[in-house]
Write a protein that binds this ligand. Structure first.
Ligand SMILES: *Cc1c(COP(=O)(O)O)cnc(C)c1O
Length: 223
């Protein structure tokens, strides 16, 4: 087995074990920020299809190099208003919707020949000054606005809890789960809770994550 295939198999096995304990399937988004297109290609050859990128320009360059592959691209970084057109045109998912003002341009620029852009509302679950994401109290309003916009499909929530000891992280994941359950009661399309990264995805899955975003555990440390 190639090194990327082995890394993918190892991460996938850990996810599947945690998912079996939690009793629901869990999707893996491979976070390829700062990684060259060749590294994405290697993981795609091993069967990985969903990739997450933080920087729109970097993602578009990689997408051009990899246009021969049927990949599913997720925008997971903070989104500037002037990038809405490119995200709407070139991604399948936006995981970092954090303010209402982005919704109209995303909706307007989603090409009509593509399926709706899948959208997750990013929540600043630990109220960190440095972190993007909306306040938990703003989730219902922002989610309802996204759900009502043509060309967008509200799928759920995303968060990056503060790096903290496991008990505090677990509590943050559990608060996300409660927000997610409440949102799912109001919106039939809501089925995705994206939380957990290389060093805490098993904990996140135990608390209800249905999608994890893993970078360094797959690709090695970022330079
Ligand atoms: C970089 C990043 C990840 C992956 O982080 P790792 O610790 O390398 O797994 C996940 N989500 C977001 C939003 C990121 O920016």
């Amino acid at each position: 087995m190639s090194a990327p295939a082995a890394a993918l198999a190892a991460v996938r096995a850990r996810i599947d074990e945690a998912a079996a304990r939690a009793g629901h399937p869990v999707a893996l988004v491979a976070v390829s920020k700062t990684q060259p297109a060749a590294a994405v290609r290697a993981l795609a050859a091993a069967g990985q299809r969903a990739f997450g990128e933080n920087y729109v320009q970097e993602a578009l360059a990689k997408q051009r190099e990899l246009a021969d592959l049927a990949l599913e691209w997720h925008c997971i970084g903070p989104l500037q208003s002037n990038k809405c057109r490119e995200v709407a045109a070139h991604f399948a998912w936006l995981q970092s919707l954090d303010r209402e003002k982005l919704i109209e341009p995303l909706s307007r620029h989603r090409p009509p020949d593509l399926p709706p852009l899948n959208v997750l509302v990013q929540v600043n679950i630990d109220a960190e000054a440095s972190k993007s994401g909306c306040a938990p109290a703003d989730v219902p309003r922002l989610a309802a606005a996204a759900a009502a916009a043509p060309g967008l499909r509200l799928r759920g929530l995303m968060a990056i809890p503060q790096p903290a000891e496991p008990a505090r992280r677990r509590a943050a994941f559990a608060r996300m789960r409660a927000l997610f359950d409440a949102l799912a009661r109001d919106h039939a399309d809501v089925d995705t809770l994206s939380m957990g990264m290389s060093d805490d995805f098993e904990l996140a899955i135990a608390e209800g994550a249905t999608m994890v975003r893993v970078g360094s555990a797959l690709f090695g440390p970022r330079g």
